[in-house]
Design a protein. Sequence first.
Length: 282
Amino acid sequence: MSATLVKTPSTAPPTGPPPRVVPTRRAGQWTAATVVLVLLGLGLVSVVRNKAFQWDVVAQYFTSASVLRGLGLTLWLTALVMALGFALGTLLAVFRLSANPVLRAVSWGYKWFFRSTPILVQLLFWFNIGVLYPTVLGVNTVNLLGPVAVAVIGLTLHEAAYAAEVVRGGILSVDRGQIEAAQSLGLGRRRRLTRIVLPQAMRSIVPPAGNMLIGTLKGTSIVSVIAVQDLLYSTQLIYHRTYEVVPLLLVATLWYVAVTSVLSLGQHYVERYYARGTGGAR
């Protein structure tokens, strides 16, 4: 019986030059990018060279005393409203997660009402509170609340409804095992919340809270309707006198863009801080 010879394929490396790698052609993408850059360039040139924007007037009023005072009030109002709003929102979030049905109902009702009502309507109601309740506990309320106080109250109550959902979502994002471990160590409910839950929940709270901060900064411009001399109202006072509407609106716009950019940068670093050790820091 004769043996059959089986020819095995050669394992020797191939000879000759390696195959040439041909990059993928993306002519469509480069064409679209070129068109977009050209359009952006044309738009920028038209804005810079259009005399109707009156850039000299913008430069004249950009750092004027009245505009800077309005900017300072806007920043102060934003910081105060965010602090008070998140303090009240955290309390409402704890109520919503409570085992007490009354507290849960109060929290849900607050969130439902203030998220369902436009902020402008809320401000106008607070501004006219003296018409609805001329006296409260013997106190005359007609001139009790000034425009700034009305702005703080109205914006705080409005922001607290949204902050409550942000905080509640952050608390729910914490692994249940962490809470059970804290319970096994004998930590009380308050210490579990402040030492275990909230520090871990901050990773989920910071991004939407940063967006709320920026939204509140821009949203404070609505208080100009009740004569609060914020940034927008300060520029309105000037252009009502000089009739230079467009350049003064540009002054307000540039300040909002500058402050928002700084806040966005700060949000980025705060997110990186709370994302340490999770692989989410960038």
